[in-house]
Design a protein around this ligand. Structure first.
Ligand SMILES: Nc1ncnc2c1ncn2[C@@H]1O[C@H](COP(=O)(O)OP(=O)(O)OP(=O)(O)O)[C@@H](O)[C@H]1O
Length: 246
């Protein structure tokens, strides 16, 4: 089996003292995997990503990246250790151009390294080359999500945390964004994907976790979870045939 890249063990975390949203969450992600984190509204999915990226005031338990304990390490240093995070909202600077947004995400502002990295990403996502001098605020929803992911990739992460990249996108664009996530994963970047669009996320993922009430309640291969009747009924909005019988 491949090596663990991220281990989250017995994590309790929240936004205020004494009010834990995460209730002993555990997940483990191996190098190269694409893992979906699904679950009902308010289950704590985004909160778990924020706990991993050290954005919460309260967090207990253990979080390791590549065998190194990372709790207490500030987000900008986590980027240096190979973690990228794309929040659900406000993930690009609307008044800056595509080129400027990408440059801000770079770990090195050294001329040649920056230029090479910009070229790599615009080759990977040609639409960003076409929109290079356009302000991010004028991009379509799908293009903006792509820019947000590309900006995180400028930091050359080994683990990318994505918080609902398909939020507020039309079904066609959701498919496109999912395709781009697979494309990123095929480059060898490990991805933890939080999604409301659970079916689409499980379809493209190697494995998935279902989070409910701040801790994982099911886990398994993406296809397995997709076809598990318990999960279908509770989390994917599919009625069990037994439940529909008179
Ligand atoms: N900044 C915050 N301050 C206080 N409570 C918060 C904050 N953000 C989220 N919460 C609370 O934490 C709980 C979990 O929210 P979270 O956003 O992690 O859920 P989620 O599973 O990502 O849900 P959704 O799929 O609806 O985005 C909710 O009860 C929410 O109200």
């Amino acid at each position: 089996m491949s090596q663990s890249l991220l281990v989250v063990e017995q994590v309790y975390a929240g936004y205020a003292a004494g009010l834990d949203i995460l209730q002993g969450a555990n997940i483990e992600i191996h190098c190269g995997e694409l893992v979906a984190l699904i679950g009902p509204n308010g289950a704590g999915k985004s909160t778990l990503l924020k706990a991993i990226f050290n954005l919460l005031p309260q967090c207990r338990g253990q979080i390791e990246l590549g065998g190194k304990k990372i709790q207490g390490i500030p987000p900008h240093q986590l980027v240096g250790l190979g973690m990228g995070y794309v929040p659900q909202l406000a993930n690009v600077f609307p008044s800056l151009t595509v080129a400027e947004n990408l440059s801000i995400g770079a770990v090195s502002s050294q001329g040649k390294i920056l230029k090479d990295r910009l070229a790599e990403l615009t080759n990977l996502f040609p639409i960003l080359q076409e929109r290079y001098h356009q302000r991010a605020g004028t991009l379509s929803g799908g293009e903006r999500q792509l820019l947000a992911m590309a900006r995180a990739l400028m930091g050359q992460p080994r683990l990318l945390l994505l918080d609902e990249p398909s939020a507020a996108l039309s079904p066609k664009l959701v498919g496109e964004v999912m395709g781009h996530i697979q494309q990123i994963n095929r480059l060898g970047i490990t991805v933890l994907l939080v999604e409301q669009n659970a079916r689409q996320a499980l379809k493209i993922s190697h494995r998935g976790y279902v989070l409910d009430n701040g801790r994982e309640c099911y886990s398994g291969a993406g296809q397995e979870l997709l076809h598990d009747p318990r999960i279908g009924e509770l989390y994917l909005g599919i009625k069990s045939p037994l439940a529909t019988k008179p």
